[in-house]
Ligand binder design. Structure first.
Ligand code: ZN
Length: 457
């Protein structure tokens, strides 16, 4: 029973890690933008504080970073400081004009030679849809290639920038989502540290409690109901497990949960877990076509009975991160599959206590992805590459040398040691889980990233 990091499985893997872009200066100023929509949600006392802006990126040139030709836009300004501590960019192709797409960030927007690969693009390039964020970590030099240092905790922003690269930019859209929640003093002053043991970073205490709205959507259809009883109480054990994980002192996020049932014919059984397509039965289609049951100021969680593409996938997040506050993209939500959590109970029945606990771990894990957390170590283990592990310094990893049965993956029982390089199996963001095994460990830097997400207030 695996929480596959599904982005790796289905994305076209076009590695760019030896290829930092160098372009001629276009000479086109930043203000040559087509603004399609500017929308602000400034409501920080009762909900998330975010600003949202959509643009139509205008191609100004082409390059071939990996053998495929991408057209690139001019460099757009990005502001990061303690009153705007995190930014996401959501890149979307038209459904009818798919292709590879990715953002390239710049340490200095006035100097095109300062481009760097953020954690996401150092790992994969999206196809048809891609969401990225800055920062992915407190110590950004640990998260980028080449290593660059970015501060989001001071009063003024560095002259950061980002451009957008599309194989086919016709009709492409980019949405900027900026958090505007002012950082607390301890969040501004937070410093991460290297994981020396399996318990590094777990004892941190944040001074203030934050909130996250959660919109649970039971998906029903011809395949039957997602769950026999569709109330908060019916999956209380799972929800309590999730709430307990996020209430840890290293996180301190309170979940405000609401529940609805929806008849979403065609999506009660998922046969394609990709988010690059939008057709019925695909995950991308589920997220894209359900704006009417989604809530912009919440994490939207779809509870679906089963997937049949792989069998055994516990859950999937629309992205790392998923697009905060933006409904109707092919990445707008997370999904959990009820039947994959069953070991003792039968499909259609109420789940046992242990099965519900596992569901709670999956909800914690997929929400972690949506809010910007990567697996502490990917399934094939850590061999030192930026793509092998999360970009956080204080999380333990599991070196590939821990694969003692030589099956090519670091299994849960191979990552339960005591050092910072042979553990992580008990972390919420370990790549796999099991019935009867709890994984509620969350480090301070993981908590810092969760708290900075635009959805958290
Ligand atoms: Zn995962």
């Amino acid at each position: 029973m695996r929480k596959y990091k599904i982005l790796i499985l289905f994305s076209i893997l076009l590695f760019l890690s030896h290829c930092v872009k160098k372009k001629a200066d276009s000479g086109i100023p930043d203000n040559v933008l087509t603004v399609l929509l500017v929308n602000s949600i400034l409501n920080s006392s009762t909900g998330p504080c975010t600003t949202t802006e959509s643009i139509e990126p205008i191609p100004i040139g082409a390059w071939s970073p990996n053998g495929d030709v991408f057209q690139y836009s001019s460099i757009y300004p990005v502001t990061l400081n303690k009153t705007r501590p995190m930014v996401q960019v959501v890149l979307e192709n038209l459904d009818s004009i798919p292709g590879g797409l990715f953002p390239l960030w710049y340490l200095d927007r006035n100097n095109p030679s300062t481009g760097f690969l953020n954690k996401d693009v150092a790992t994969y390039i999206g196809f048809n849809t891609h969401t990225s964020m800055l920062p992915y970590a407190k110590d950004t030099s640990y998260a980028t290639s080449p290593a660059v240092s970015i501060s989001n905790t001071v009063d003024t922003s560095q002259p950061l920038g980002v451009d957008f690269n599309f194989e086919d930019p016709a009709g492409a859209k980019v949405t900027f989502v900026n958090s505007c929640r002012k950082l607390e003093i301890d969040e501004s002053n937070f410093q991460t540290s290297t994981a020396l043991s399996s318990t590094s970073g777990l004892n941190h205490f944040w001074n203030s409690e934050k909130k996250l709205n959660v919109n649970l959507i039971f998906v029903n259809g011809g395949n039957g109901p997602a769950y026999p009883i569709q109330t908060e109480q019916a999956i209380e054990v799972a929800l309590n497990r999730w709430k307990e994980n996020y209430a840890k002192s290293s996180v301190r996020i309170k979940l405000n949960v609401s529940v609805i049932s929806a008849d979403l014919s065609g999506y009660d059984m998922i046969f394609d877990l990709g988010t690059e397509t939008g057709f019925p039965g695909s995950l991308g289609g589920l997220f894209q076509t359900t704006s009417f049951v989604g809530k912009p100021n919440a994490l939207n969680v779809f509870i679906v009975r089963e997937e049949i593409q792989y069998g055994g996938v516990l859950g999937v997040s629309g992205g790392i991160p998923g697009p905060a506050t933006i409904l109707g993209t092919k990445q707008s939500g997370i999904v959990v599959f009820v039947d994959a959590h069953r070991l003792y109970s039968n499909p259609g029945e109420v789940m046992t206590y242990d099965e519900q606990v596992l569901l709670g771990e999956t909800l914690s894990h997929e929400a972690g992805h949506f809010l910007g957390l990567w697996h502490v170590t990917e399934a094939y283990g850590d061999s030192g590459s930026i793509a092998d592990k999360d970009p956080l310094r204080d999380t333990p990893t599991c070196n590939s040398s821990n694969d003692i049965n030589f099956n090519g993956i670091v299994d849960l029982n191979e990552c339960l040691g005591g050092s910072g390089t042979n553990s992580g199996g008990r972390n919420m963001m370990f790549w796999s889980g099991a019935v009867g095994f709890t994984q509620g460990e969350i480090t301070a830097e993981q908590g810092w990233i969760l708290r900075l997400n635009p959805l958290v207030y």
